[in-house]
Design a protein around this ligand. Structure first.
Ligand code: RTP
Ligand code: MG
Length: 159
């Protein structure tokens, strides 16, 4: 069954380089995902180049933290997971928690960033912030299948 580009049924989860080489932490994250009822449809481990990390976070290119973010994201392997499930875009963001691990520990102590995050850009995991972001970001890691499905969809009417 084709997934529409505006469907919230698929999202990208990244385990960032601060945690991706910690097998036990990755297992904890995957265990939480499957316990929540989401399916991991695909998994790949890649070290992003600086260019790839810059393109991935292009929306933040004018922010003061951008250089540090790109350096961090290209500093080692990242584990990318293609998640599928009902309302998974929002649901995975909820599991991830607030951007700052310090804030997460105060406001959402059960969240993954509260548990595994450090500080600054080193916040353990990423989640796409919308269905549109998910389709764009999944293309960085899971090229053929997702791209083909999206390209077969008719253009979305402008809002
Ligand atoms: P993400 O995109 O990685 O899932 O994180 P997010 O939506 O919660 O936060 P976003 O605003 O998109 O920021 C992207 C990543 O940039 C780093 N960051 N550092 N003030 C800071 O030092 C700062 N703000 C953001 C974090 O790694 C954040 O996840
Ligand atoms: Mg974001």
């Amino acid at each position: 069954l084709m997934q529409r580009a505006d469907d919230a049924h698929c999202t990208l989860a990244l385990v960032k380089p601060d945690v991706a080489q910690d097998e036990q932490a990755v297992a904890t994250i995957i265990g939480r995902i499957t316990a929540r009822g989401y399916t991991i449809k695909d998994r790949v481990e890649i070290t992003l180049s600086r260019a790839q990390a810059s393109a991935f976070y292009a929306e933040h290119s004018d922010r003061p933290f951008f250089e540090g973010l790109v350096a961090f994201m290209s500093s080692g392997p990242t584990v990318a997971l293609l998640l599928e499930g009902d309302d998974v875009v929002r649901g995975w963001r909820m599991m991830v928690g607030p951007t700052s691990p310090a804030t997460a520990r105060q406001q959402m102590p059960q969240s993954i960033r509260a548990l595994l995050g450090d500080d600054g850009p080193r916040n353990a995991v990423h989640g796409s912030d919308s269905a549109e972001s998910a389709q764009r970001e999944l293309g960085f890691f899971f090229h053929p299948r997702i791209q083909a499905e999206v390209e077969e969809e008719p253009p979305t009417p402008a809002e």
